[in-house]
Design a protein around this ligand. Structure first.
Ligand SMILES: [Zn+2]
Length: 472
């Protein structure tokens, strides 16, 4: 449930942003398919959905051109904002601007890489205070489950996190240690009792290579994190979820050969969901140049045969969500060791380009946009248990975005809006670009207002709400 009382400080009804208006589009994504429709907005909510040419009195009208589609604002349930503590890596202002420019109107922030990590109710309060005045879109929060707070997840749950993240292998930061298999089971029992969910970074440390320098070649890094490591950890998650009845979620699936086990568990009734990320669907190991540590992430980007199988998991509905796992840093740690894949920070910055990148790949594979859209909207919303996000329906908040499906989009790292100019997508030419985004009926991003060669224009002050999974 969204908690409107948690939006203190946000002015809800000032003109002209919240006046009655109507957005008309020949292709509007409603209830799983495209139809021609006019979306009537009043008081920040969708008041009605009527025919494209229906008369709507007392409303300013926006017409979406025929070469674009009107979508619900996208949902990204896997974003590392890093503020406070590593704000030089990323912060709420820059992350939410990048998200808005990528059509995303709701993110759920990860509990680590910020300091303190979100493993206590106090730490969540510190994080919320950091986000309060600078979020341009809505932000929810994951809590963390670490060895030290097992048995004490209830206060964090009651403070409003959407669930708990844990690692089964070292996380990359000392302040967020991983759980062993016994602790995984303990955490599952605890979240099951709370009615929460456990989201898991699934790699088995016993099957990972040693830490330290690996050189500038990608192959050695790939070999150090084999598919068997993911498969072993995923099997442990499935087993623990089955034994405890907990809702469990597998983060950033890279190993497609684990899909049969995931399919079987879902068919058996285990409460399991799974996500993958744009980089696994659009980049292959064979194309990663030596020293190009902007491509380093864990689990790693694998070979093209693996990618084909991941796409089968998209098309057949096994994979529930496509989320960015936006995990940026400053350029220095990303380049540590001069491009040594063992030493560089592991994390890919791609919050602004997810739909464009995945759509570019999908159209090359003959996969329609309708197949992808649930994985960017209702899928991640349901992974986090978010209501009122990712849908165009009467009564929902008027979070909307316009996607120019054929627009060329040359990615230049320095022009993306996340904080540091490094990304695995640099120099890619994508097809499809977000043109405009509304949050609760307010236009917050409009690419055409910048003019040729200028930065796109953002309107107004940050008005994103801090979301909570519990009502007061
Ligand atoms: Zn992550």
């Amino acid at each position: 449930m969204l908690n409107p009382s948690l939006s203190e400080g946000v002015s809800v009804a000032s003109k002209p942003d919240l006046e009655r208006r109507v957005i008309r589009a020949g292709r509007t994504y409603v209830d799983g398919s495209f139809e021609s429709a006019a979306v009537v907005i009043e008081g920040g909510r969708i008041a009605d959905i009527v025919g494209l040419r229906d008369r709507v009195s007392n409303a300013k009208s926006v017409l979406v051109p025929d070469d674009a589609v009107l979508l619900p604002g996208l949902v990204d349930s896997h974003v590392h904002v890093n503020e406070p503590g590593r704000t030089e890596w990323e912060g709420f202002r820059s992350a939410t601007l990048a998200a808005a420019a990528g059509g995303v109107t709701t993110i759920v922030d990860m509990p680590l890489n910020s300091l303190p990590p979100t493993t206590t109710a106090d730490a969540l309060a510190i994080k919320r205070a950091a986000a309060a005045a600078s979020a341009y879109i809505d932000v929810g929060f994951w809590g963390g489950a670490v060895p030290d707070n097992l048995g004490a997840l209830a206060p964090v749950h009651e403070a409003g996190v959407y669930g708990f993240k844990c690692f089964l292998s070292p996380s990359g930061v000392d302040e967020f240690p991983h759980l062993d298999r016994t602790q995984l089971l303990t955490a599952m029992e605890e979240v099951a009792a709370l009615g929460s969910r456990l989201i898991v970074h699934a790699e088995d440390p016993a099957l990972l290579g040693q830490d330290g320098a690996l050189g500038r070649g990608y192959d050695a890094f790939l070999a150090s994190r084999p598919p068997a490591s993911e498969a072993s950890a995923i099997n442990a998650v499935i087993d623990a979820a089955r034994r405890t009845g907990a809702r469990a979620h597998i983060l950033h699936l890279s190993d497609a050969r684990s899909l049969p086990a995931i399919r079987a568990a879902k068919a058996e009734g285990v409460a399991l969901t799974v996500e993958t990320c744009p980089h696994y669907l659009t980049i292959v190991a064979e194309d990663i140049p030596d020293g190009a540590s902007e491509f380093k992430c864990c689990p790693p980007i694998r070979e093209s045969g693996n990618q084909d199988l991941l796409w089968e998991g998209i098309v057949d509905g096994t994979i529930d969500a496509i989320v960015s796992d936006h995990s940026p840093s400053t350029v220095d740690p990303k380049r540590s060791g001069g491009g040594d894949f063992g030493l560089a920070w592991g994390g890919i910055a791609g919050l602004q380009v997810g739909l464009s990148a995945v759509w570019t790949e999908a159209r090359g594979r003959g996969i329609p946009l309708e197949t992808l859209l649930p994985l960017f909207t209702t899928g991640p919303a349901s992974v986090a248990g978010l209501t009122g996000a990712g849908v165009i329906e009467t009564g929902a908040p008027a979070h909307l975005t316009v996607f120019g499906v054929d627009d060329p989009f040359l990615i230049e790292a320095a022009r993306l809006l996340h904080k540091n100019p490094i990304t695995a997508y640099d120099h890619r030419v994508l097809t499809g670009k977000i043109r405009r985004t509304w949050l609760r009926g307010r236009s917050i991003y409009n690419v055409t207002e910048g003019g040729a060669g200028e930065a796109p224009r953002f309107r107004g002050k940050p008005r994103g709400r801090l979301l909570s999974a519990v009502a007061d």
